[in-house]
Design a protein around this ligand. Structure first.
Ligand code: SRM
Ligand code: SF4
Length: 590
């Protein structure tokens, strides 16, 4: 249920990163755990070596996140356990840190091998263009981490109170703005990598193998207690906001000299304070959109990112984890104070007002596209990001066959899709034959509503899930496809995003239709956001059983068909009418 968010809540705690005995009474227990963990080592290595244990204690379970893994329970098995009394079935999720979503062919094939050997035989593309493995057993954790690192990939910092995967549009299109953005994405990811934790990571997972780069035993940027909570960074273009920039703690929106996609890139508008998560029982939590802070030049990018991290480290709320995200600092201070503190105390360059280029587009990058050098990339739609073989759709085997044969680079997108890159023109028919052989549909043969949908994993792996999501959305989409077809709305790109709880992992609050798990098999329906990620949607109905979602939406879709303005999207239409009018309409037709 979305709460009316109060303006100007309490000012966030000003506990410092290295943290502070004088404030310790107020600190959340996690702050203490980080402080005494010896840069995230805890006793992870000892527990890992103890083969009599199939899981970690609570302290190490928390530290494990920083190393890129979550201790989970198989919730399907839990149902059986309740009946039979057998022990908990512990499994581990492992998440890569993959800035910009880029993998070589060898890295992709290594991940494919690893998911077959150690996980549940699927690769899960995340909404932050990374991969997750599910179902890894503790006994295989170390071997899995080693195999990932052997492929020159890492999981360090993929989870935990630290900078998460830095994301940017991964489409290998040739314009200068994208080239600049891709390069800065890698630089920022590098600049925000923890130092001492890198050493700990190598000690624990890779037998203390010396790391090639200089490895400090201190954290100059983060300090011993790292950040108050997770911190998320994205790059985007005004005409292609596929990373949902306004949902991020820190966003860099490319500015070109003429404001056009092919103009000369001259810098970025810096956005701060976005985030999706909310907690049902806490009226002082809410999804919030990032706000424009100022314009920066290209050579200021890494310093700007580090400066925002320091500000957050020092001023984020370390007492209350429900309000610890940067978005609450921006909200509680107001953007003017935030800007003032940033430029006065953290960022050594003069304030320049944001250029204010509007977000005007978003692209899934499906289908064939030229890369500007005579080669092509192919964007494939992956339903809810899950690469697996199921029935006649042998997506995992098919992608493996194509990548093995053409050694093509792979890019993951923040819309949970995959781009296979670098084909020559005469490769294209061969690739298309392989798609057909493995039952993989071309994106243009799929409905728009499916292509624009996303769901989080939820049950059976996510411990926080209240309802199904990844396993429930396909049925909802099937029903919606039929309804949209009947109404002649099949060519409208309506985005539908579902999550199994209000945390917002599939960014449901920035879609035309957001479906958020509420209780049992019931969902809250939100409408009025948009595919371009510029607007938050608003609550329409609460506690709707999953099989009633589409029937409840039908009268609104019909009204949209009858009364929309030319070119108006479903989200714009719902926003123009407002939830009260929409609800009245629904009551009158029922
Ligand atoms: Fe998320 C927690 C999955 C992107 C907000 N998220 C989780 C956990 C780890 C559950 C847990 O803490 O025990 C989920 C693991 C489920 C599983 O079984 O795999 C989980 N989040 C995901 C992924 C895999 C969803 C997906 O469909 O791809 C995404 C991984 C991204 C990555 O590669 O790093 C994922 N999570 C997001 C996003 C979207 C984004 O970052 O653009 C959000 C909303 C943006 C934001 O951060 O506000 C998001 N996840 C959360 C939250 C709420 C945080 C908050 O401030 O309230 C939680 C809960 C928490 O942290 O306590 C959470
Ligand atoms: Fe789990 Fe909730 Fe995130 Fe879905 S939105 S993965 S249910 S935390």
């Amino acid at each position: 249920m979305m709460h009316a968010y109060p303006e100007g809540g309490p000012v966030a705690s000003s506990v410092k990163g290295e943290s502070s005995t004088q404030e310790s009474a107020k600190l959340s227990p996690v702050e203490h755990q980080k402080a005494v963990s010896n840069y995230l080592r805890g006793t992870l290595a000892a527990e890992l070596a103890d083969t009599s244990l199939d899981h970690f204690n609570d302290l190490n379970k928390g530290l494990l996140k920083f190393h890129g893994s979550y201790q989970q329970e198989d919730r399907d098995a839990r149902k059986n356990r309740d009946k039979t009394g057998v022990a908990r079935s512990y499994i581990f999720m492992i998440r890569l840190k993959l800035p910009g979503g880029q993998l070589t062919a060898d890295q992709y094939l290594a991940m494919d091998d690893i998911c077959g050997r150690y996980a549940n035989g699927t690769l899960r593309i995340t909404t932050r263009q990374s991969f997750q493995l599910h179902g890894v057993l503790k006994a295989n954790l170390k071997a899995t981490m080693a195999a990932i690192n052997e492929a020159l990939l890492t999981t360090l910092g993929a989870c935990g109170d630290i900078t998460r995967n830095v994301i940017c549009c991964s489409a290998p299109l040739p314009d200068a703005a994208r080239a600049m953005m891709r390069e800065h994405c890698q630089q920022v990811a590098q600049a925000l990598t923890p130092q001492a934790a890198r050493r700990a990571y190598h000690e624990i997972w890779l037998n203390g193998k010396p790391f090639t780069a200089e490895c400090a035993d201190e954290e100059p940027l983060y300090g011993k207690t790292y950040l108050p909570r997770k911190f998320k960074v994205a790059f985007a273009l005004p005409h292609d906001n596929c990373t949902d920039l306004l949902a991020q703690c820190l966003g860099f929106l490319v500015v070109t000299d003429n404001g056009q996609p092919h103009g000369r890139p001259i810098g970025y508008d810096l956005y701060c304070g976005g985030g999706q998560g909310q907690t049902n029982s806490r009226a002082d939590t809410a999804p919030l959109l990032a706000q424009a802070i100022g314009f920066i030049e290209p050579d200021e990018v890494t310093e700007a990112a580090q400066a925002i991290v320091r500000l957050y480290r020092d001023h984020g709320n370390r007492a209350d984890r429900k309000r610890a995200r940067l978005k609450y600092v921006v909200h509680d201070w107001g953007v003017n104070k935030f800007r003032e503190v940033f430029y006065r105390d953290y960022f050594p360059y003069p304030y320049r007002p944001p250029r204010g280029l509007p977000i005007s587009g978003v692209d899934l990058h499906h289908g064939w596209h030229g890369m500007g050098d005579g080669r092509w990339f192919l964007g494939l739609s992956v339903e809810n990001g899950r690469i697996k073989d199921e029935g006649t759709l042998r997506l995992r085997s098919g992608i493996r066959a194509i990548v093995s044969r053409f050694r093509c680079d792979v890019r993951l997108t923040t819309q949970q899709d995959i781009l296979l890159c670098g084909f020559h023109t005469n490769d294209r028919p061969v690739v298309e034959n392989l798609l057909a052989e493995y039952g993989i549909p071309k994106p243009e043969s799929l409905s728009l509503v499916q292509r624009w949908s996303m769901a989080c994993p939820a049950i059976p792996t996510c411990g926080l899930a209240i309802t199904e999501s990844e396993r429930a959305l396909p049925h909802v989409i099937d029903q919606l496809e039929m309804v949209l077809q009947e109404l002649g709305l099949q060519d409208e790109p309506i985005s539908v995003r579902m999550t199994g709880c209000p945390n917002g992992c599939a960014r449901p609050y920035q879609s035309d239709i957001g479906l958020v798990g509420r209780s049992g098999n019931k969902y809250t329906i939100y409408v009025g956001g948009d595919r371009l990620g510029r607007r938050l949607n608003q609550e329409l109905m609460d506690l709707v059983p999953v099989d009633q979602i589409v029937p409840r939406l039908v009268p609104l879709l019909r009204l949209y068909k009858q009364q929309r303005n030319p070119g108006e999207s479903f989200g714009e239409f719902c926003t123009r009418l407002g939830p009260a009018v929409l609800r009245t309409h629904l009551e009158n037709v029922n």
